[in-house]
Design a protein around this ligand. Structure first.
Ligand code: ADP
Length: 542
C-alpha cells in the first residue's frame, strides 16, 4: 500500500549516531583498570568506535563472526559494544567470574575470532589460552605504556590503543538487517551448562525503548547513570544503550565495586541513578552506614538479578531518601521483564503496604506478555494466592539458544522462565521461588524468598538463605542459613522467635545454621545449589 511509514531497520548504531548528534557534549566517565579516572564525551565515543570498526576490518573480522570481551564497565568496552555490533559482527561478552574451564568452553563454543580483555584479566586469559582449541587474536584494552609482558600467550598480543591509532575515524555503518545478531551472552550457569543467548539489533533497540520508559528504568537526559551491573552480563541491563538513547551522563565503575569506591564515585560524579544486584548494595550500605554518610545526588537505584529484601528497600528509602526500583529479568529476556513502579493509587497507601508491594518484582513492561501456569500447563488466574510457573513472550525474549543443539525451550510459544510466581489483580508479579529452589513440606509449597525476607528484617542479620532440607516426616522442611552482622550475638532460638506472627506457623524454619559467608556465583547471586548440597541432609543427621 502506498503512503506507509519508512522502512528503517532498528540498528544498534542508530543509538550511537543519535547520541553523537544530539548529546555530543554529554560525558562518559570511567574509573580505569589503570587506576585513574578517564573522561570523554559521546562525540569521542562515536569517533573512536568508528576507528575501532576500521581496526576490526583490518584484523579480518567478517560479518557475523564473534568478537569477545572480558572486561569491566568502561569506555573501551562501550566502544566495542558499538564497533563490533555496528560493523555486522557479534559482540560476545564473557563473564570473568566463571570458572576457567567454563570460559574456555564458551569461547570455543562461540568460535570467537578475537578476544579483547582488560589488564586485570591477563592471568585468566593466559590460563584460558592453553585450554581453547583454535588460536585467537588477543587484544589488551590499554595503551602502549601499560602493555604487559605476556609470556603465557601462544600468540601475539595486540594493544588496543595501538590497534585503533592509525585508523580513520570515518566509517559508514552498514545498513544491516535488523534481525541479524548484535550480541551474545551465555547464561550464568548456576543451573546446568552455560547456554548462549543471541540478541538481535531489533530486539536490542526495542528493549532499549521499553526499558528507558518512566515506569521502567526511568532514564532521561537529566540523569547521571552508574551501571554497577556488569557490561559482561546481559549488557549491563541495557543501560549503555539506554544512556545513548536518552543522552544521560554515564559513570563506569571499572573494577572497583567495593562500598567505599562506589560511594566516592557516586558523590564525586553526582550520580542520580544506579543499578546493581542486592549483594553489591549491601557493601555500599555498610560503608555509608558506618560513616553516617548521606547521598547528595542519588535519588533512585534499580535493584534486580535477585530479590530485593524489604530491609534493603527500607534502608535506602528511609535513611537515604533513595527510591528503590525493584526489577526482574533474565539473560533470555535481554534482560528486563518487569519493574515494580507504583500506579497512582499506590501513592496514598500506608507505608507498610507500599513496602509489601515493592517486595514484588513488578508489572510487565510493554512488549512483555506474561502468565503463570500449573504443572499441566494450564493458565492460572491472577489475583489469587496461587503460584505457578512463570512464562513470558515478546520481541526481546529468546526463542532458542545459540548453536541450536538444545531442543527449543518454548512451551506453546511461551518461554518458561524457571521461576515460580504469583500475579496480583493489578498485574504485579511476585517471584516466590525458582522451580529448583521451592520447598515442598507435607505436599505444600513454602516460599524460600519470603523466609529470607523476614530473616533479613532482623537487625543482627547480614544475609540469609533458605533452602529445602530433607525431612523424615515432611519430605522437606525449610532450613535457614544466616550470616550475622559483625559483633552480633544473635542465637538460633532468638531468630526463630522473630518469625512468630510474621509467617504462617508451618513456614517457620525448623533450624538456623550460622555460616561465615554466602557462596556467590559469577553474577553475584547466591549459589543455593552449593548450600543445598552441603546442608540437604541436615535434618536427617541432627
Ligand atoms: P540476571 O542476572 O540478569 O537477572 P540471569 O539469567 O543470570 O539474569 O538470571 C535470571 C534469574 O534471576 C531469574 O530467572 C530469577 O530467578 C532471578 N532474578 C532476577 N531478578 C530477580 C528479582 N528481582 N527477584 C527475584 N529473582 C530474580
Amino acid at each position: 500500500m502506498n503512503g506507509l511509514m519508512m522502512q528503517q531497520p532498528l540498528l544498534v548504531t542508530s543509538l550511537l549516531t543519535h547520541a553523537e548528534r544530539h548529546h555530543a557534549e554529554q560525558e562518559i566517565v570511567s574509573r580505569r583498570v589503570e587506576g585513574d579516572i578517564h573522561r570523554y564525551r559521546y562525540r569521542d565515543l562515536a569517533q573512536r568506535s568508528r576507528k575501532l570498526a576500521n581496526a576490526l576490518a583490518g584484523l579480518g573480522v567478517m560479518h557475523g563472526e564473534r568478537v569477545a570481551t572480558l572486561a569491566w564497565n568502561g569506555y573501551r568496552h562501550m566502544e566495542l559494544y558499538f564497533a563490533v555490533s555496528g560493523s555486522g559482527a557479534v559482540l560476545h561478552t564473557l563473564n570473568p567470574r566463571l570458572h576457567v574451564d567454563q570460559l574456555a568452553y564458551i569461547i570455543d563454543h562461540a568460535e570467537d575470532r578475537v578476544v579483547f580483555f582488560d589488564l586485570t584479566f591477563l592471568p585468566l586469559i593466559e590460563s584460558v589460552a592453553s585450554r581453547i582449541s583454535s588460536p585467537k587474536v588477543f587484544v589488551a584494552m590499554t595503551d602502549r605504556a601499560n602493555m604487559p609482558e605476556a609470556h603465557g600467550l601462544p600468540v601475539t598480543l595486540l594493544c588496543y590503543e595501538d590497534l585503533i591509532d592509525g585508523h580513520s575515524d570515518q566509517f559508514a555503518w552498514p545498513l544491516l538487517d535488523e534481525n541479524e545478531a548484535s550480541s551474545l551472552c551465555y547464561t550464568s550457569g548456576t543451573t546446568g551448562n552455560p547456554k548462549g543467548v543471541l540478541y538481535s539489533h531489533r530486539s536490542t533497540v526495542l528493549h532499549t525503548y521499553a526499558a528507558a520508559l518512566p515506569d521502567s528504568l526511568n532514564c532521561s537526559a537529566r540523569d547521571v547513570i552508574l551501571p554497577v551491573v556488569p557490561m559482561f552480563h546481559v549488557n549491563a541491563w541495557g543501560l549503555p544503550y539506554i544512556a545513548c538513547m536518552v543522552g544521560a551522563k554515564l559513570v563506569f565503575p571499572g573494577p572497583a565495586l567495593d562500598g567505599k569506591s562506589l560511594y566516592e564515585l557516586i558523590e564525586s560524579e553526582q550520580v542520580t541513578l544506579s543499578a546493581g544486584v542486592p549483594t553489591v548494595w549491601q557493601g555500599l550500605l555498610r560503608h555509608a552506614g558506618e560513616r553516617g554518610a548521606t547521598f547528595s545526588s542519588m535519588r533512585r537505584t534499580i535493584v534486580g538479578g535477585a530479590p530485593c529484601p524489604t530491609a534493603m528497600t527500607t534502608e535506602f528509602q528511609e535513611r537515604y531518601e533513595v527510591d528503590v526500583l525493584h526489577a526482574w529479568g533474565m539473560t533470555e529476556l535481554s534482560p528486563v521483564g518487569t519493574v515494580c513502579s507504583f500506579k497512582a493509587q499506590h501513592l496514598t497507601w500506608p507505608t507498610q503496604q507500599r513496602y509489601a508491594l515493592q517486595a514484588k518484582q513488578g508489572r510487565a513492561v510493554f512488549g512483555i506478555d506474561m502468565r503463570i501456569v500449573d504443572v499441566d500447563g494450564k493458565e492460572l488466574p491472577w489475583g489469587t494466592h496461587e503460584a505457578g510457573d512463570l512464562q513470558v513472550r515478546g520481541p526481546w525474549v529468546a526463542s532458542g539458544y545459540f548453536g541450536g543443539e538444545e531442543a527449543s525451550p518454548l512451551c506453546d510459544g511461551w518461554f518458561p522462565t524457571g521461576d515460580v510466581a504469583k500475579i496480583d489483580s493489578d498485574g504485579f508479579m511476585q517471584i516466590t521461588d525458582r522451580s529448583k529452589d521451592v520447598i515442598k513440606s507435607g505436599g505444600e509449597w513454602i516460599s524460600s524468598i519470603d523466609i529470607e525476607n523476614v530473616a533479613c528484617l532482623h537487625p543482627q542479620v547480614a544475609s540469609a538463605v533458605c533452602i529445602a532440607a530433607r525431612h523424615p516426616k515432611w519430605d522437606e522442611r525449610p532450613l535457614l542459613l544466616v550470616v550475622r552482622k559483625p559483633e552480633a550475638t544473635l542465637r538460633c532460638e532468638e531468630l526463630l522467635d522473630f518469625f512468630d506472627g510474621r509467617v504462617a506457623k508451618w513456614w517457620k524454619p525448623d533450624a538456623v545454621v550460622f555460616i561465615d559467608a554466602v557462596p556467590l556465583g559469577a553474577t553475584g547471586k547466591v549459589l543455593k545449589n552449593r548450600l543445598r548440597d552441603q546442608y540437604r541432609d541436615y535434618y536427617l543427621t541432627v
